[in-house]
Design a protein around this ligand. Structure first.
Ligand SMILES: Cc1cc2nc3c(=O)[nH]c(=O)nc-3n(C[C@H](O)[C@H](O)[C@H](O)COP(=O)(O)OP(=O)(O)OC[C@H]3O[C@@H](n4cnc5c(N)ncnc54)[C@H](O)[C@@H]3O)c2cc1C
Ligand code: SF4
Length: 420
């Protein structure tokens, strides 16, 4: 049987590997290890906030090794490292976000249909909503913000409404790509550094495993190390990427609200689509621990997230991001802050008590964007024939929306092209 190497086990990698298995002998090379949720109960960890121990977001990896942070002056980048990639930290939102792909002639109807049959996607979670969630929903309806229940990768009956979705689901009620990996060979602790290419072919994949340096060969190589990992591998292999990084920045607007218990409900249960951004209820655990303004009791707090489709300009190199938001990005975020503040005030918050979270982002991508000329092949002309990229790196523009489902649809199509 022919051999395939897939680099990364997140949304793109796991789905490609699943689709290729049976046609190829598949090996996934994954830099991280098995996923473990947050090490200690939130309540215990929250008590330590007053000690000043949580002074740098990067410390979160000590408690949650799969969560990695890259900090720069304007923005904190969050990404997953380990089996399941960033999907283990996702809040389970499963939306179709393919406007940018459609605009360049890529139609993934077939793959989205398959995903809706194969995965536990549901909006049937409203009967489990808390009083605060319901109140926020009706307030946003009154304001004409048209909130809609969020499609979730979720088994609602197994959900404890604990609000931990982004720090590891304790019951696995929330689906992530680890569920695609049964029967697939996954080698953990394997950091791919570069790929030798010649005569338009990928030849050897170079891997660092601890102190060892290994090389591996395959008939097909798929790079799916995420919008943060893939550009480094490609550049080290002599393939150029463009400084068109997008990240979908997130800013939370919060206020003290007695009994709101934002941290004890399903995260992002519904969504309001605005121009260039979305608004959704969200407990921002990163700000809760690492931002002094958030050092308040979790149970007496309400919080809304703004997630922005940012301007596609920025770079990531050797694991570090260079990204500055544009004036348009800032103006759109400010508009979102005003809308969220209005929602909170209608719910009883005082204007002077409203505070903002740390600007952060978790949707890196776009540095080898697909073009209309590549719509049929989904294969960049920059790449050797047997080398594919199947992750957020190939998305042509920022989504301002959860990207997982769209990445998986792309990965499915790419696997079909490879098998075909
Ligand atoms: C807190 C948070 C919540 C989110 N919630 C949602 C949500 O609800 N819905 C949604 O659609 N999206 C959500 N996202 C975003 C979503 O998880 C990512 O966009 C998606 O997982 C990206 O898929 P990917 O395949 O591009 O990369 P990833 O899922 O990040 O996978 C990349 C994999 O490659 C591995 N890797 C990296 N470098 C190397 C290397 N050199 N060698 C070997 N392996 C390597 C990594 O360890 C990782 O496993 C969220 C993100 C965050 C941070
Ligand atoms: S709220 Fe539900 S889906 Fe989220 S972590 Fe808790 S049990 Fe899992």
């Amino acid at each position: 049987m022919r051999k395939a190497i897939v680099i990364g086990s997140g949304a793109g990698g796991a789905m490609t590997a699943k689709m290729l298995s049976g046609h190829f002998e598949v090996t996934i090379l994954e830099q991280g290890s098995a996923f473990r949720p947050l090490a200690l109960p939130i309540e215990q960890l929250a008590k330590l906030r007053w000690t000043g121990l949580y002074f740098d977001e990067r410390l979160i990896s000590l408690l949650l090794p799969a969560m990695r942070i890259d900090r720069q002056p304007e923005l904190v980048m969050v990404y997953g490292r380990g089996i399941g990639g960033t999907t283990t930290l996702a809040t389970g939102n499963a939306v179709r976000a393919d406007k940018g792909l459609k605009a360049i002639g890529i139609d993934l109807d077939e793959e989205f249909d398959e995903l809706s049959r194969e995965l536990p996607i549901t909006t049937d979670h409203q009967r489990f909503w808390s009083a605060t969630t319901r109140r926020t929903f009706s307030t946003m309806q009154e304001m004409g913000l048209d909130p809609q229940p969020m499609p979730k990768l979720l088994r609602p009956k197994e959900c404890r409404l604990c609000g931990h979705c982004s720090i590891g689901c304790p019951t696995r009620a929330k689906w992530d790509t680890r569920e695609l990996l049964d029967g697939i060979r996954v080698l953990t602790g394997c950091k791919v550094t570069h790929i030798d290419t010649d005569d338009c072919k990928a030849r050897r994949v170079h891997v660092k495993k601890g102190l060892k340096h290994l090389t591996m060969e395959a008939d097909v190589v798929v790079v799916a190390a995420g919008g943060y990992g893939t550009p480094d591998i490609l550049r080290a292999s002599g393939i150029s990427c463009s400084p068109t990084l997008f990240v979908d920045p997130v800013l939370c607007v919060a206020a003290p609200l007695p009994g709101a218990r934002q941290g004890r409900q399903l995260l992002m249960p519904f969504v309001s689509q605005r121009d260039h951004y979305i608004i959704s209820p969200y407990m921002d655990w990163l700000s809760f621990f690492f931002n002094r303004k958030w050092h308040q009791p979790a149970d007496g707090m309400a919080s809304l997230m703004i997630k922005l489709a940012d301007t596609e300009q920025g770079d990531v190199s050797k694991g570090h991001m260079q990204k500055t938001l544009t004036a348009d990005d800032h103006a759109r975020l400010q508009q979102g802050v005003e809308e969220c503040s209005e929602v909170l005030m209608r719910m009883g918050a005082q204007a002077d008590d409203i505070f903002l979270g740390t600007l952060n982002a978790g949707h890196p991508g776009g540095m080898l964007p697909l073009t209309a000329a590549e719509a049929a092949t989904l294969h960049s002309t920059e790449l050797p024939d047997n080398l594919y990229v199947a992750d957020a790196t190939i998305l042509p523009r920022a989504l301002g929306l959860p990207p997982m489902l769209t990445i998986m649809a792309l990965a499915k199509r790419i696997a079909k092209i490879i098998c075909g």
